[in-house]
Design a protein around this ligand. Sequence first.
Ligand SMILES: NC(=O)c1ccc[n+]([C@@H]2O[C@H](COP(=O)([O-])OP(=O)(O)OC[C@H]3O[C@@H](n4cnc5c(N)ncnc54)[C@H](O)[C@@H]3O)[C@@H](O)[C@H]2O)c1
Length: 332
Amino acid sequence: MDGGWRRKRVLVTGGAGFLGSALCHALGQAGAEVVALDAMLPGTGARQANLDGSGARLVRADLREADLAPLVEGIDVLFNMAAQTSHAGSQTDPFTDLAINGHAQLRLIAALRAGAPEARVVHASTRQFYGRPQLLPVPESHPIAPPDANGVSKFAGEQYWLLEHRVHGRPVASLRLTNCYGPRMRVMDARQTFLGIWVRRILEGQPFEVWGGEQLRDFAYVDDAVAAFMTAAAALEGTEGVAGQAFNLGGAPPTSLKDLAEAMIAAAGEGRYELRGFPADRAAIDIGSYHADDRAFRALTGWVPRVGLAEGLRRTVDWFRPNLPAYLSDES
Ligand SMILES: NC(=O)c1ccc[n+]([C@@H]2O[C@H](COP(=O)([O-])OP(=O)(O)OC[C@H]3O[C@@H](n4cnc5c(N)ncnc54)[C@H](O)[C@@H]3O)[C@@H](O)[C@H]2O)c1
């Protein structure tokens, strides 16, 4: 059973990154012909080794300047995972952030119009632009109030893709992800997720820092996020109501960061942490508690997260035990 992916031509932008590479593995296993496009930018989750064994062909190219025509020609599905994802980084360099998350999206849209007018698109969006939640769980109808430049650019990028559905009828769905974690995430620092640096510190026998501690999050294990992307792409072939929509995507039931820290230590069988206040630059863009109301996506597609927090954390720590040394520096 290949789920209809056998011989499908699939392009994954950001395909060497954390979520993109996990998608490439799953698509390869399902029999798809996968090209991973990635600029291999330092400071991101990009890593060539992330694709080892996936069967995907890596094309090193930057969406901001590459000739995209030959890469999109005749594809059936685009998973659009490439982005500038750093929140703090978007505040110090909003121009690069906008160039990747806004302008480069328009280049990709134009290339697809010419070379793959029928291709389905699942776009990786974020919960970030809701800002500090006014209610929990957060529905898709929540006001948009980006707390940082990254939230502005990611919202713009999503809206360009949804516009493509409204004006040109392209089958597009956007998934507004919560915090994701799992094997192959960036762990050398907290640039991708604070969970990354927690894993590193535990495996190095050092205490990790928990900022605040009372905030709630609904962490999604990478396999569940990947399943949601593949489910969304399949649903774009038929299911009424998926095309043209942005859906929240949550994960495990909400947990406080303090409880998460305890769960992480239990999963690893070792570790300790220190509670700290937020550094001033982070406090200014922190969104407090978040968990998603993702009932719309679940109801339309039947998707549910399958990996609980304890199990996901255990799998993550176990995966990084032998792999940590290879993940402690950016690839040049
Ligand atoms: N990981 C999460 O918790 C999370 C949460 C919300 C949203 N998202 C979204 O999911 C997507 C994937 O995130 P991720 O966590 O895998 O990040 P990641 O950093 O691991 O992957 C992003 C990849 O995009 C590539 N890239 C960036 N700019 C590029 C360009 N101009 N041309 C080509 N490649 C480029 C990077 O080199 C990197 O490999 C992003 O769109 C992100 O906004 C992720």
